[in-house]
Ligand binder design. Structure first.
Ligand code: AMP
Ligand code: MG
Length: 467
């Protein structure tokens, strides 16, 4: 069984202010015509001591953006650049969001509360700074499901409907508006480093490296890593380790993020920013989530490569502070770390005892063939195995029979016909109930079902120092 996040007191702490003079712009939130509380995360509220807020106070803070006590006096729009579909874009930054608050959890780790859809900023360009309600609802679903499937992800903390009419090319318009709060370990992106490189701000970059090492601590580089005592090198090792695990976690979850741009890569290794994501209806490396991803750059099977490419962009930025060789050494660890992460995560989801990297690589390869031949999704594959209902044939079956159960298959969920899924038909069905009847029950039921799946799966094997 998975445990609840550790409850803690509200402990404001705002280290971002040491970076803000060159990393952020103070901004104001939009004045919304209406505030309808639609989602409040009762699982994570207690972890930052905010569960005791009344709904009215909640809306004052997370819809009207009255500062939290002892926290940032004004929201901060963060500055960053990034590669979008491999094209460098210096015109981005927080265009429809800002950092609203920072605090410590009960173990002293830094958590940010950042917004999406809170209004225009100096980085909005032609955008309205808003988020559609459908976008917010989709982000609730994605973050809940990813968390249940053991992906290290930001959490959706709050969604408030804001009563505006928005016009979008990819939704029937006018469409409803919302403002969302995201809880995550910082908002320092690979693109944040790329911007400092573009402006040749080496001192600021050194400062930012130290900030990341302090706030998102991780294990030291391996003994044989050149330059292992240099802060920039240490940081790259940590980011590579986390990103390798993140890549594997997407693959084992059957999840396609859709927009793996370098501005959407948090150096804490936490997945975030959910736009056109999809879950696989069946195993297919070419499956693409975003309708605008014409070349399939961010297709399901290309996600590890895309994430590694972003790590390469971080390395290029860190060249301002370190030599090439130690940075390349760090990057070259990605493949091996990715395989190890695939092995442990695949066994975890199957509920079997690991045997060794070679055996697991063969098992995974055989499972992919099995899923392709049977037009099956990973959700189904894992679920049927847990319930003992599917005795696969062929090579996958032969290999799987050599694995022992890890002994935690007792949850009643595994005996149900099918697991909760978030394939597109499910997502659209849940949204249609809201759009057509303002019926929020299917969403609430889905969140409950997903959290139960998370309980059944238990804690994912994420190495210490990754989260
Ligand atoms: P995303 O694709 O959500 O990662 O966003 C890429 C960039 O576009 C970021 O700088 C966003 O802040 C900005 N952006 C996206 N949508 C809007 C919007 N509706 N208004 C203003 N800026 C936006
Ligand atoms: Mg983004």
């Amino acid at each position: 069984m998975r445990s609840e996040p550790q409850a803690g007191d509200y402990r404001p702490d705002t280290p971002i202010l040491t970076l803000a003079p060159w990393l952020a712009d103070a901004v104001a939130a939009a004045d919304f015509p209406r505030h309808e509380l639609r989602f409040r995360n009762h699982r994570w509220g207690p972890s930052v001591g905010l569960e005791s807020l009344s709904d009215a106070e909640w809306v004052d803070h997370f819809g009207r953006f009255q500062p939290l006590e002892g926290n940032l006096p004004q929201p901060l729009a963060l500055r960053y650049h990034g590669h979008q579909f491999r094209n460098y874009n210096p015109q981005i930054g927080d265009g429809r969001g800002f950092l609203f608050a920072q605090m410590r959890d009960s173990s002293g780790r830094l958590l940010d509360l950042g917004t999406k859809g809170s209004g225009q900023t100096p980085y909005s360009r032609d955008g309205d700074g808003r988020l559609t309600l459908k976008g917010a609802v989709r982000e609730i679903m994605a973050t809940e499901m990813l968390e249940a499937l053991g992906v290290y992800t930001s959490k959706t903390f709050s969604v408030i409907e804001t009563g505006e009419e928005l016009w979008r090319g990819d939704e029937p318009s006018p469409t409803r508006s919302a403002v969302l709060l995201r809880l995550s370990h910082g908002h320092i992106r690979i693109g944040t480093f790329q911007r400092l490189r573009a402006f040749e701000q080496a001192e600021h970059m050194a400062f930012l490296v130290d900030y990341c090492l302090d706030q998102f601590p991780g294990p030291p580089p391996p003994d044989d890593a050149p330059g292992r005592d240099e802060p920039a090198v240490m940081l790259l090792h940590q980011v590579v380790e986390r990103m390798a695990d993140l890549s594997a976690s997407y693959m084992v979850a059957g999840f396609v993020h859709g927009v793996l741009n370098s501005d959407n890569m948090n150096v804490s290794g936490e997945s975030f920013d959910y736009g056109p994501w999809r879950w696989l209806p069946q195993w297919d490396p070419r499956f693409t989530a975003a309708y605008f991803d014409h070349s399939g750059l961010y297709a399901f099977g290309r996600q590890p490569e895309a994430i590694l490419w972003n790590c390469g962009q971080l390395a290029i930025a860190l060249r301002m502070l370190a030599e090439t060789e130690p940075l390349v050494f760090a990057l070259e660890r990605f493949g091996g770390l990715y395989q190890q992460a695939m092995a442990r995560r695949f066994c975890w989801r199957l509920g079997v005892e690991p045997q060794g990297l070679e055996a697991e690589m063969a098992l995974i390869t055989a499972s992919e063939r099995y899923m392709v031949e049977n037009a099956m999704s990973p959700d189904t594959l894992f679920h049927r195995h847990r319930g003992g209902r599917d005795v696969p044939t062929g090579e996958f079956g032969d290999r799987l029979r050599q694995y022992r159960s890890a002994g935690d298959d007792a949850h009643p969920l595994w005996w149900e016909e099918a697991p909760p899924t978030l394939v597109i038909d499910e997502v659209e069905r849940i949204w249609a109930a809201i759009a057509e009847q303002d019926d929020w029950t299917p969403l609430a039921e889905k969140v409950t079902a997903i959290r139960r799946l998370g309980d059944a799966l238990g804690e994912a094997p994420i190495p210490a120092g990754h989260k």
